[in-house]
Design a protein around this ligand. Structure first.
Ligand code: MSP
Length: 633
């Protein structure tokens, strides 16, 4: 059933460091859900943002020698730029340092304090800075943080506490009575397991003498608010709580809080008890997805194994990146990331299946029907089978969305595309084109094209740019189709004139790039080097004298080059991009002082420079005439 409104959130991300694909994943998932609901005509509010207070951010600022606000301002732009690049359509981006948020946090604290929900006491326990969590002795695992396994800091100080323990029995009952509240089911059991131990009251303050970077407690300016008690409130402050009642009524309760499994307890224990104390209804579903793993460990900045989403999107395209993340991960489970898997999946599903179907249809319609999609004639036994497969994919996608199993929905859509490719093989339109009766040809081409019309709508929320391109190529209106246009076969008007032909998903032929992890604190794409280091590299122009293949290595060419009168041999991995005969006479750019290397038994003295993106690679040349051996400044 269609909800009357849809409100989806992502966690708000810490601004101590720049984003990686873990952050990108949750945000793309939220974007896809938001886009589907908009297409279904459901008023939608999609919220993301940044978590700017707390010790992590303060320490990052100290390390960089700047104020925490500067740290937040500098880092938040990386998140915002990434969301723009990845086509994220959030309706709001909340920063916890904004007055619209801090005001609400202070009002809530004051109200809870007045109600007697908050009291002052001695705190004696442990604190984990990476998780920004308090722990007691019995929570620890071998003396380390249960969540991230790192060392903890001992804290003994006066603090304020929220009477969380008073809500333990209520929370257990609520979770049992609302099975949809925590999803997937095994995460609900995890929270219930956690609740078997007596729940402590929650320490909600830090003395300013130890941490100044936070929201002042309204009833004691010697303290700031504990970062989670501040951050969780973003979900209601951005929706108008205690500010714009009509707006708040319109959106709250949220349909989905999407989170990673690392922040399950804060969302399924702290947050519900806070809301209960405030008298605010519970969000409908808190959905915890698994982690992206590199090898066997969680991708994280501190582990130094993060994958930069911008690099992947630059190399292979934004839409392929979005598709891969959603198709590859079974929602709820962990998933191993590898660039090989990325390339394999993009080539199989996108280049071989979707791209191939489009290019076959455009070629056939252009060659045999003058670029105009024909009307269908009579059915044979094959058409109902194809129609059924396609309409079933529409249903499966809808059901999978309801169950948060996008991977299954996408598999069903790709399955329908494969069915259409098989259908073309079987019905052989190239043979039918030779018949005088053109109606069977019309039936086949219409069915294949109509399949793609429906597929373009189903895949649009995941790959918006590519699907608009596909629709243009088919001659369809460029805007996204409403979802109810997809469950009806035959909406593609016959006589539609094809648009300009494109290669939708070029096959990726390059090998995966060497993993280049981002170190903690490093800003993406700014691997700065000292000038003195750069100046050590001698770049020179060189003239290619001849080139030949290296036996047994299909990517390598052996080149004889001349640099200012000196002849040298260089081995370069360009055989798939240049024929040997096309290279002689070119003036190119080489690194002249590289140590000699032996590549597949062939000596190489230097390196050619080339630019590459995705499957394309071109050699760097000079703009005009220059002799070989010229230095490059
Ligand atoms: N600021 C808190 C959240 C407050 S919400 C009120 C926080 N921020 S975070 O920057 O550490 O981001 C955590 C979220 O990023 C995870 O919950 C998850 O959504 C995403 N991911 C971070 N690393 C991840 C993986 N390796 N894999 C998948 N997603 C992960 O915690």
């Amino acid at each position: 059933m269609k909800p009357s409104s849809f409100y989806v959130t992502t966690p708000i991300y810490y601004v101590n460091d720049s984003p990686h694909i873990g952050h990108a994943y949750t945000t793309i998932l939220a974007d896809v859900l938001a886009r589907y609901h908009r297409l279904a005509g459901v008023p939608t509010f999609f919220l993301t943002g940044s978590d700017e207070h707390g010790q992590k951010v303060q320490r990052a600022a100290e390390k960089a020698g700047i104020t925490p606000q500067e740290q937040a301002d500098r880092t938040v732009v990386h998140f915002q730029a990434l969301w723009k690049k990845l086509g994220i359509t959030h309706d709001d981006f909340i920063r916890t340092t904004e007055p619209r948020h801090t005001r609400v946090v202070r009002k809530i604290l004051q109200a809870l304090y007045d109600q007697g929900e908050i009291y002052k006491a001695e705190y004696d326990g442990w604190y984990c800075v990476p998780c920004e969590r308090f722990y007691t002795d019995r929570d620890l695992q071998a003396g380390k943080c249960v969540e991230c396994g790192r060392s903890l800091e001992r804290i003994t100080e006066s603090n304020y506490f929220f009477k969380m323990s008073a809500y333990q029995d209520w929370l257990i009952r609520y979770i049992h009575e609302h099975p949809e509240f925590i999803q997937p089911d095994f995460r609900r059991n995890e929270t219930l397991g956690f609740l078997q131990k007596p729940l402590n009251d929650l320490c909600i303050s830090r003395p300013k003498s130890r941490l100044a970077w936070g929201i002042d407690l309204p009833f004691d300016s010697g303290f700031v608010t504990y970062v989670w008690f501040d951050a969780l409130v973003n979900y209601i402050s951005a929706a108008g709580y205690l500010d714009d009642d009509a707006r708040f009524q319109r959106w709250w309760p949220a349909n989905y809080h999407l989170i990673g499994k690392d922040i399950l307890t804060t969302h399924t224990v702290y947050w519900p008890t806070m809301l209960k104390a405030m008298g605010v209804p519970m969000p409908k579903t808190i959905f915890a997805h698994g982690w992206w793993l590199i090898g066997d460990s969680k991708m994280s900045k501190s582990a130094g194994n993060v994958i930069n989403p911008i690099d992947l999107a630059d190399r292979y395209g934004v839409d392929a990146f979005r598709y891969f993340l959603l198709a590859e991960m079974t929602l709820g489970q962990d998933c191993h990331f590898s660039e090989e898997a990325f390339i394999r999946r993009c080539n199989a599903d996108l280049a071989n299946d979707v791209g191939n179907l489009l290019s076959r249809i455009t070629k056939l319609v252009t060659s045999y029907c003058g670029g105009i999609i024909p009307a269908p004639g009579e059915d044979t036994a094959d058409e109902p089978i194809l129609r059924q497969a396609v309409l079933k994919a529409v249903k499966t996608m809808e059901e999978s969305l309801g169950r948060m199993r996008l991977d299954l929905g996408l598999a069903a859509v790709i399955g329908a595309v494969r069915e259409a490719n098989r259908y073309l093989e079987k019905r052989q339109p190239w043979t039918l084109a030779k018949q005088t009766d053109k109606r069977p040809l019309g039936t086949v081409l219409y069915h294949a094209a109509e399949t793609l019309r429906i597929v373009s709508g189903l895949l649009y929320p995941v790959m918006p740019d590519k699907m608009i391109l596909l629709r243009r190529t088919l001659g369809l209106p460029a805007e996204a189709p409403a979802l109810d246009q997809l469950s009806v076969w035959g909406k593609l008007p016959p006589d539609t004139v094809l648009g300009e032909t494109v290669i939708l998903f070029p096959r990726i032929t390059t090998a995966p790039a060497e993993a280049k992890p981002l170190a903690a604190g490093q800003v993406p794409k700014t691997d700065l080097v000292e000038y003195a280091d750069f100046a050590k590299i001698q770049l020179k122009t060189a003239r290619i004298l001849s080139a030949e293949k290296v036996e047994g290595a299909d990517k390598l060419l052996k080149l004889q080059i001349e640099i200012g009168g000196e002849t040298r041999q260089i081995v370069a991995g360009i055989a798939q991009h240049y024929a040997p005969a096309d290279l002689a006479g070119k003036t190119v750019v080489v690194v002249a002082n590289l140590k000699p290397a032996n590549i597949r038994g062939v000596e190489s003295n230097g390196m050619l420079l080339a630019a590459s993106q995705g499957p394309a690679l071109r050699l760097l040349t000079v703009d005009g005439d220059l002799p070989s051996g010229a230095g490059i400044k």
